[in-house]
Design a protein around this ligand. Structure first.
Ligand code: PGA
Length: 252
């Protein structure tokens, strides 16, 4: 089963519109014509429209970092799928551990967000991962099973393969301490098996990403693992050279 590699840069709460513009302009000559890897950047909401416009005509796709499950209503501070598709955003990161940890994101809400994104024409990246404590207590698989099953439960089987799942151990995010290639492979393989539990073919086709302190230095080893189809990159995606080097590593 050949799966197209997928590298996404999560810019998190970084870059004003002017800075986002500078970063995309630095990225376009380096990765704008890459066709054999899905190259994604996820700026903050305010920079989305500007980055979409700058990336138009290139191979770079632009994703949001979150989305509300409802299209409209009394939900102060939220942004919905139609607001994102109106400005030609391609997809959305959902359930990032920082959303879960600091902003009360729940598996229950994700159960609605993931199918809503697909229905609206956005590719969802569903993020899952265990905390350090959960890993130490041998709870990694239980935690991941819960997150994957809840997050994908309401996705129609025929669209399951379109979802991208990012496995990001919470203890590896922004810490400089990435999982080893063996740990990352083992756990991404487990995540794939969970998707296969819904539908064998969808599990074979779904892209599973690793995230957590991925850098140009460790990218090639991690990305060469059989069940790892790409990466969700935080810190290293803020530097055009580093991000381009990771995209290059994904081309094999
Ligand atoms: P990091 O973040 O690469 O800075 O560890 C990854 C992520 O949060 O997606």
């Amino acid at each position: 089963m050949s799966r197209k590699p997928f590298i996404a840069g999560n810019w998190k709460l970084n870059n004003t519109i002017a800075e986002a513009e500078e970063l995309i302009q630095a990225l376009l000559p380096r990765v704008g014509a890459v066709e054999d890897v899905d190259v994604v950047v996820a700026p903050s909401y305010l920079s989305l429209a500007a980055v979409v416009d700058s990336a138009r005509g290139s191979a770079v796709q632009v994703y949001a970092q979150n989305m509300h499950e409802k299209d409209s209503g009394a939900f102060t501070g939220e942004v919905s799928a139609p607001m994102l598709t109106e400005i030609d955003v391609h997809g959305v990161i959902l359930g990032h551990s920082e959303r879960r940890q600091f902003f009360g994101e729940t598996d229950r809400a994700l159960q609605l967000k993931v199918p809503r994104a697909l229905e609206a024409g956005l590719i969802p990246i569903l993020c899952v991962g265990e905390t350090e404590e959960e890993r130490e207590q041998g709870d990694t698989e239980r935690r991941l099973r819960h997150q994957v099953q809840e997050g994908l439960e309401k996705v129609p089987v025929e669209r399951l393969h379109e979802v991208v799942v990012a496995y990001e151990p919470v203890w590896a995010i922004g810490t400089g301490l990435s999982a080893t290639a063996e740990q990352a492979q083992e756990t991404c393989g487990f995540v794939r098996a969970l998707v296969q539990g819904f539908d064998k073919e969808a599990g074979n086709a779904v892209r599973v990403l690793y995230g957590g302190s991925l850098k140009p230095e460790n990218a090639a080893e991690i990305l060469s693992q059989p069940d790892i189809d790409g990466a969700l990159v935080g810190g290293a995606s803020l530097d055009a050279e580093s991000f381009a080097a990771i995209v290059e590593a994904a081309r094999g």
